[in-house]
Design a protein around this ligand. Structure first.
Ligand code: ZN
Length: 144
Protein backbone atom coordinates (compact mmCIF):
# COMPACT_ATOMS: atom_id res chain seq x y z
CA UNK A 1 0.00 0.00 0.00
CA UNK A 2 1.46 3.38 -1.02
CA UNK A 3 1.42 6.12 1.59
CA UNK A 4 -0.80 9.09 0.80
CA UNK A 5 1.70 11.97 0.56
CA UNK A 6 -0.96 14.57 -0.27
CA UNK A 7 -1.56 15.09 3.46
CA UNK A 8 2.16 15.47 4.15
CA UNK A 9 3.94 18.82 4.45
CA UNK A 10 5.05 20.02 1.01
CA UNK A 11 8.11 21.83 2.36
CA UNK A 12 11.35 20.80 0.67
CA UNK A 13 14.53 20.82 2.72
CA UNK A 14 17.76 22.24 1.25
CA UNK A 15 18.77 18.62 0.58
CA UNK A 16 15.69 18.29 -1.64
CA UNK A 17 13.96 15.82 0.68
CA UNK A 18 10.43 16.60 1.81
CA UNK A 19 9.62 17.48 5.41
CA UNK A 20 7.64 14.29 6.06
CA UNK A 21 5.51 15.72 8.85
CA UNK A 22 1.72 15.74 8.59
CA UNK A 23 0.37 18.90 6.96
CA UNK A 24 -2.04 21.09 8.91
CA UNK A 25 -5.73 21.05 8.06
CA UNK A 26 -6.40 23.49 5.18
CA UNK A 27 -2.69 23.96 4.51
CA UNK A 28 -0.08 22.16 2.42
CA UNK A 29 2.43 22.70 5.27
CA UNK A 30 3.04 21.43 8.80
CA UNK A 31 3.01 23.78 11.82
CA UNK A 32 6.75 24.36 11.53
CA UNK A 33 6.70 25.24 7.83
CA UNK A 34 3.35 26.98 7.51
CA UNK A 35 4.14 30.68 6.79
CA UNK A 36 0.76 31.65 8.31
CA UNK A 37 1.82 30.15 11.65
CA UNK A 38 4.89 32.36 12.20
CA UNK A 39 3.21 34.42 14.95
CA UNK A 40 1.82 31.31 16.68
CA UNK A 41 5.22 29.61 16.51
CA UNK A 42 6.90 32.61 18.13
CA UNK A 43 4.34 32.75 20.94
CA UNK A 44 4.65 28.99 21.51
CA UNK A 45 8.41 29.36 21.90
CA UNK A 46 7.93 32.30 24.27
CA UNK A 47 5.35 30.38 26.28
CA UNK A 48 7.72 27.43 26.58
CA UNK A 49 10.51 29.72 27.75
CA UNK A 50 8.30 31.39 30.34
CA UNK A 51 6.99 28.05 31.62
CA UNK A 52 10.54 26.85 32.11
CA UNK A 53 11.52 30.01 33.97
CA UNK A 54 8.50 29.68 36.28
CA UNK A 55 9.48 26.10 37.16
CA UNK A 56 13.04 27.08 37.96
CA UNK A 57 11.91 29.88 40.27
CA UNK A 58 11.64 27.54 43.29
CA UNK A 59 12.73 28.69 46.74
CA UNK A 60 16.21 27.84 47.95
CA UNK A 61 16.52 24.78 50.19
CA UNK A 62 19.17 24.17 52.81
CA UNK A 63 19.99 20.48 53.13
CA UNK A 64 22.40 19.61 55.94
CA UNK A 65 21.47 16.11 57.06
CA UNK A 66 19.40 13.04 56.08
CA UNK A 67 16.40 14.44 57.98
CA UNK A 68 16.48 17.52 55.73
CA UNK A 69 16.44 15.22 52.68
CA UNK A 70 13.38 13.40 54.01
CA UNK A 71 11.63 16.75 54.48
CA UNK A 72 12.77 17.90 51.04
CA UNK A 73 11.58 14.74 49.25
CA UNK A 74 8.29 14.89 51.15
CA UNK A 75 7.85 18.45 49.89
CA UNK A 76 8.69 17.39 46.30
CA UNK A 77 6.11 14.57 46.46
CA UNK A 78 3.41 16.96 47.64
CA UNK A 79 4.34 19.70 45.17
CA UNK A 80 4.12 17.14 42.36
CA UNK A 81 0.78 15.81 43.61
CA UNK A 82 -0.71 19.30 43.88
CA UNK A 83 0.64 20.25 40.46
CA UNK A 84 2.90 22.98 41.86
CA UNK A 85 5.89 21.46 40.08
CA UNK A 86 6.29 19.65 36.79
CA UNK A 87 6.91 15.88 36.62
CA UNK A 88 10.31 16.49 34.99
CA UNK A 89 11.33 18.88 37.78
CA UNK A 90 10.15 16.36 40.40
CA UNK A 91 12.18 13.66 38.60
CA UNK A 92 15.33 15.78 38.65
CA UNK A 93 14.84 16.73 42.32
CA UNK A 94 14.21 13.11 43.29
CA UNK A 95 17.34 12.03 41.44
CA UNK A 96 19.47 14.70 43.13
CA UNK A 97 17.89 13.87 46.50
CA UNK A 98 19.03 10.27 46.03
CA UNK A 99 22.58 11.44 45.36
CA UNK A 100 22.49 13.68 48.44
CA UNK A 101 21.41 10.71 50.58
CA UNK A 102 24.28 8.61 49.23
CA UNK A 103 26.93 11.29 49.70
CA UNK A 104 25.72 11.99 53.24
CA UNK A 105 25.78 8.28 54.04
CA UNK A 106 29.40 8.16 52.87
CA UNK A 107 30.22 11.23 55.00
CA UNK A 108 28.55 9.72 58.07
CA UNK A 109 30.37 6.40 57.57
CA UNK A 110 33.69 8.23 57.15
CA UNK A 111 33.13 10.12 60.42
CA UNK A 112 32.28 6.86 62.20
CA UNK A 113 35.39 5.14 60.84
CA UNK A 114 37.54 8.03 62.13
CA UNK A 115 35.88 7.75 65.57
CA UNK A 116 36.43 3.98 65.67
CA UNK A 117 40.05 4.33 64.55
CA UNK A 118 40.63 6.94 67.26
CA UNK A 119 39.02 4.71 69.90
CA UNK A 120 41.08 1.70 68.82
CA UNK A 121 44.20 3.86 68.32
CA UNK A 122 44.48 2.67 64.74
CA UNK A 123 46.66 4.87 62.57
CA UNK A 124 45.18 6.26 59.36
CA UNK A 125 47.09 5.45 56.12
CA UNK A 126 48.14 9.11 55.82
CA UNK A 127 49.58 9.07 59.36
CA UNK A 128 51.49 5.84 58.68
CA UNK A 129 52.90 7.32 55.49
CA UNK A 130 53.86 10.57 57.24
CA UNK A 131 55.62 8.69 60.05
CA UNK A 132 57.44 6.50 57.55
CA UNK A 133 58.62 9.57 55.65
CA UNK A 134 59.78 11.22 58.87
CA UNK A 135 61.61 8.06 59.87
CA UNK A 136 63.28 7.73 56.45
CA UNK A 137 64.06 11.43 56.41
CA UNK A 138 65.73 11.36 59.81
CA UNK A 139 67.70 8.21 58.92
CA UNK A 140 68.94 9.73 55.67
CA UNK A 141 69.97 12.99 57.31
CA UNK A 142 71.59 11.45 60.39
CA UNK A 143 75.26 10.61 59.91
CA UNK A 144 76.16 6.96 60.41
ZN1 ZN B 1 7.02 20.65 7.38
Amino acid sequence: MKEDTSKKCQFKKTSGASCGAWAMKDSPYCFTHNPDMAVERKSAVLKGGLAQKKQLNLPRVDIQNPKDISKFLNKVVNELRTGKIDRRVANALGYLGGHLVKSMEVGIMEDRVVEIEKALKIKRPQEVEQEANELLGSKQSSPQ
